[in-house]
Design a protein around this ligand. Sequence first.
Ligand code: SF4
Ligand code: SF4
Length: 169
Amino acid sequence: MRGRAMVEKFKRILAKEEYCMGCRLCEVHCVVQHSKSKNILKVFKGEEPRPVSGICFEERGPTSFALQCRHCEDAPCIEACISGAMYRDPVTSKILNNRSKCVGCWMCIMVCPYGVIKPDHEEKKVASKCDLCIDAGFPACVEHCPNEALVLVDYMGKKVSKEGLTDGK
Ligand code: SF4
Ligand code: SF4
């Protein structure tokens, strides 16, 4: 069990299917945020390698939602990882994948109960998943969702804004 300080750092994205319009802008901005140029035109006009989106988009009829890593308390992907690539960041409590250590065995993909890890074959075989935009400080999918169908929440389930303020929603 993690300590209280770690629990209090915990954040995750909630998907609200009732607000999702199926525009998939979350996927677009995830790819842009994780690209080298961070330029939407360059990324979709041939920049290589193009990152794999950390979002698993599901759609059936009028229902759609965008799912990402839950940053599980007891992350089975860490337990299953044979190379020590998957780990919990001690500062942010996020579950991250060290791409240089990953050997592409897909054990994490097999055990993830949410099915949110994708194989990335662009530069080498590597497991790819949501890192909550650790470099940007705030998830691009949440920031760019036009309908607030994706919401960042803290360990109490309170909404976290880009400024880091909770508004109790
Ligand atoms: S990748 Fe899957 S198993 Fe690992 S923390 Fe995220 S949701 Fe949990
Ligand atoms: S694919 Fe990479 S991250 Fe996943 S279990 Fe294998 S080595 Fe670990």
